[in-house]
Design a protein. Structure first.
Length: 328
């Protein structure tokens, strides 16, 4: 006669079955998150794929252009590019920083994507300088890796890694992938490492400049970042960064928060804008104070010397709109 299965044994088997189900769901969910994170470039490569090489035109100061949200491929992007070329010819440029959303609307499919030509090579062919890029939210809608690999193919496109840093005599630059969590925490760790190396020459600290796609403070349609991220930044990084450069919001803006020494620059008008009334009705008020705002296409030009940092805002034709000088 078969003995009845005890309730205790049934309970044990049920627990094991539930555990296996939860383990499987957790594994599948974790793999999906890893897959998405990998596609968005949330796991930096162990080494940069190309070296950063900058040859300043002038030994005593550095000059560069900053702009984001360029990848429209339209007439506005071309007009801004022509204005940039004009300023580079007249005032000088050592390189360009691209702040993400390099290719609307969905990034690129592969290293052979024609958008690399139509929205970058063809548009900026008058500016024979390196363009150092980071990823925007539109760039990670497909696989972001081709934007790194294209650095091996182009004479001017440079994305050495998903996040990277480089230094000149005047400034140290930190490129962030703000699509991913903990980008500001990784910045903090890198700053701590670099600060420790610079302690012996504390009187010769370079300017510290971080650049990413998403803003901390903004009066654009996306507004300030979420309160948790903002509070973390204020607690850990505000004041340690001299200049934070971002796009995402399609205008030009300079903001200051409280009494801290960090300047917040928005340059997200490389091909997009807030030109229409319907777009301007969606603008937000920031927790930071707005020093300057321009709601049409344009770009920012920086002149960096050891004791002085000049921030100049230009419209799409290259005309100067506003300039701000930051000193130590």
């Amino acid at each position: 006669m078969n003995k009845p299965i005890s309730k205790r044994r049934i309970s044990v088997w049920l627990k094991l079955i539930i555990a296996f189900i939860l383990l499987g769901v957790g594994f599948a969910g974790g793999f999906k998150l890893y897959e998405k994170g990998n596609e968005a470039g949330c796991f930096p490569l162990e080494v940069d794929i190309v070296p950063v090489e900058i040859k300043p035109f002038r030994a005593d100061h550095l000059q560069l252009i900053v702009l984001g949200d360029t990848g429209t491929g339209n007439e506005d992007q071309q007009k801004v590019a022509d204005g940039m070329a004009k300023v580079c010819d007249q005032a000088g440029c050592d390189f360009v920083l691209l702040l993400g959303d390099n290719f609307y609307p969905n990034g690129v499919k592969s290293i052979h994507d024609k958008q690399f030509y139509t929205k970058f090579e063809q548009v900026y062919n008058k500016i024979k300088k390196p363009f150092f890029a980071v990823l925007g939210n539109h760039d990670v809608k497909q696989n972001a890796f081709p934007q790194i690999m294209y650095s091996l193919r182009s004479d001017y496109w440079r994305m050495p890694n998903y996040e990277y840093s480089f230094e000149t005599a005047q400034a140290r630059f930190y490129g962030l992938n703000t699509n991913c969590p903990f980008s500001f925490e990784r910045l903090r760790n890198k700053l701590n490492q670099d600060d420790a190396k610079l302690k012996e020459n504390a009187d010769k600290l370079p300017w510290t400049i971080a650049f990413g796609h998403h803003s901390v403070y903004s009066s654009g349609t996306h507004g300030d970042t979420d309160v948790i991220t903002r509070n973390y930044w204020n607690w850990i990084l505000d004041g340690r960064i001299d200049l934070y450069l971002a796009g995402h919001n399609h205008h030009l803006s300079l903001l200051q928060y409280g009494e801290t020494s960090t300047e917040y620059v928005i340059s997200g008008a490389g091909g997009a804008h807030y030109r229409t009334n319907s777009e301007r009705e969606k603008l937000n008020k920031s927790e930071a104070s707005s020093v300057f705002t321009y709601n049409d296409t344009g770009f920012v030009w920086l002149d960096i010397r050891s004791e002085k940092l000049l921030i100049r805002f230009h419209d799409s034709t290259g005309n100067i709109l506003y300039e701000f000088t930051k000193t130590r």
